[in-house]
Design a protein around this ligand. Structure first.
Ligand SMILES: Cc1ncc(COP(=O)(O)O)c(C=O)c1O
Length: 444
């Protein structure tokens, strides 16, 4: 079959698509697997119960209904919404955000997408790629703009979303050694503002937006309020938006343990998701932005999806209306992952003893990021060895969109492990990682 360039770009195998296939195959296999590789959220009983209750109520909330499906459910899934998304859910979100933050939003500030991955596909193509060159005399001259990732490593899912080529610039981190709960053996990435502000692409107008995930997938880092405020100032100075990927952030799912605050203004595009509260299958992303951006996203929704899915909206609307989504996040989801992180750190320290492992300070998200400095092999190779032994992690080099990893050894020395698994899987998987990595350092 002869595919267009677009077709070729999106069908060519990438490192990450092969990796995701591996993870999917592992889940289907009948061999026991220690799954520390994927991005699935954990199943938390107390949270799932509330989802189930809400789901059942959808079918029962109209006493006069002769149909098994009530009016709410039918309105929701029996009709398309307009391309901006389910209006009742958008109204609930407006009320929710205005109750908890002084953002003064209206319905013109919110659009829904089919998961936030869908939102990044839109946003990175809206703000990255070929632009008309405003300084040129004719319309045919273009300037190529990139999405600037101020703190590599970043979320693997950004890498391949551009319809043509890849348009990323990234800034390598400062690596600070830090303590965590009074213990040694941790580090924290910080934004290198000197490098960022002297980037020729930024100074010369070849950056279309700045984007960071906060908390960050893969590292569990949370950019500080001061870092966010400096990034916001820089975006305003260069007249580009600041995109904040809040998939793990506050107020839901609120998997964030450091002292951080969420701010929004007209120049900020905030992306939320229902996935990490435990509903990845309903594919619901939420964008909060200036009306101009919301209109662009709605127009894209119309072409790509007609209208975004309404099922997630139907389940989440009552939880947003009475703030249960926030209570579940604060009282169940956040403590669950904080406990998982504590357990995994303890197991890792026991497994590695005095060997040179450093852990990125766990500040949020559902992962730990481990650094095996001067490991004799790359973590891509380590991944293959661990896979043969039935333990899956994700090697680090895929988390550096915009970075030439051939020139950056650190990008081959880290792994991401999920902490969403049950305790026995953490125990077994970490034991395998410990055994293999210690043997490698010992030259065996
Ligand atoms: C940082 C980050 N952003 C966005 C996404 C996309 O999530 P979804 O499309 O399920 O909302 C993920 C998923 O793992 C993520 O980790």
């Amino acid at each position: 079959m002869n595919f267009s360039k677009f077709g070729q770009k999106f069908t060519q195998p990438t490192g990450i698509s092969q990796l995701m296939d591996d993870l999917g195959d592992a889940l289907k296999s009948d061999q026991p697997i220690n799954m520390l590789g994927g991005g699935n959220p954990a199943r938390i009983d107390a949270v799932n119960e509330v989802f189930l209750e809400t789901y059942r109520a959808l079918g029962n909330d109209d006493a006069n209904s002769t149909n098994e499906l009530s009016s709410t459910a039918l309105t929701s899934i029996g009709n398309y919404s307009n391309p901006q998304g389910d209006a009742a859910f958008i109204d609930s979100l407006v009320g929710f955000f205005n109750r908890h933050y002084d953002w003064n939003l209206s319905a013109d500030n919110i659009a829904l997408t089919n998961g936030s991955q869908n939102a990044f596909f839109y946003l990175f193509n809206l703000f990255g790629g070929a632009f008309n060159d405003a300084s040129a005399n004719n319309d045919s001259q273009t300037v190529d703009k990139s999405i600037l990732l101020p703190l590599a490593p970043e979320y693997i899912g950004y890498s391949d979303v551009h319809v043509e080529g890849q348009h990323f610039a990234a800034v390598l981190p400062h690596i600070d050694t830090v303590t965590h709960n009074g213990e040694e053996g941790f580090f924290k990435y910080r934004v290198d503002f000197e490098a960022l502000e002297s980037l020729p692409a930024l100074i010369e107008g070849r950056i279309g937006a700045i984007c960071c995930s906060r908390p960050t997938n893969p590292t569990g880092n949370v950019l500080t309020d001061e870092e966010m405020s400096r990034l916001s100032d820089i975006t305003k100075r260069y007249d580009v938006p600041l995109i904040i990927d809040n998939a793990y952030g506050m107020p839901f799912p609120n998997i964030i343990y450091s002292d951080a605050h969420l701010t929004w203004d007209d120049n900020t595009i905030l992306c939320f998701s229902l996935s990490k509260i435990g509903l990845p299958g309903v594919r619901t992303g939420i964008i909060v932005a200036a009306p101009e951006v919301i209109a662009a996203v709605s127009a894209l929704n119309a072409v790509v999806n007609l209208s975004p899915t309404r099922f997630g909206a139907a389940i989440a609307t009552p939880l947003v209306n009475d703030d249960r989504i926030k209570q579940l996040s604060d009282n169940e989801i956040k403590p669950f992952y904080q406990q998982q992180a504590t357990t995994a750190v303890r197991l890792l320290k026991e497994a590695m003893g005095d060997y040179p492992m450093m852990i990125h300070k766990p500040e949020g998200a559902i992962f730990l990021w481990l650094w095996f400095k001067d490991l004799p092999i790359t973590t891509d190779e380590l991944y293959e060895i661990l896979k043969k032994k039935g333990t899956l992690i994700v090697p680090s080099q895929h988390f550096f969109p915009g970075v030439d990893v051939t020139q950056y050894p650190h990008a081959h020395e880290c792994i991401r492990m999920s902490i969403a698994a049950d305790e026995q899987t953490l125990i077994d998987g970490i034991q395998v990682i410990g055994d293999v990595v210690r043997a490698l350092y010992d030259g065996k």
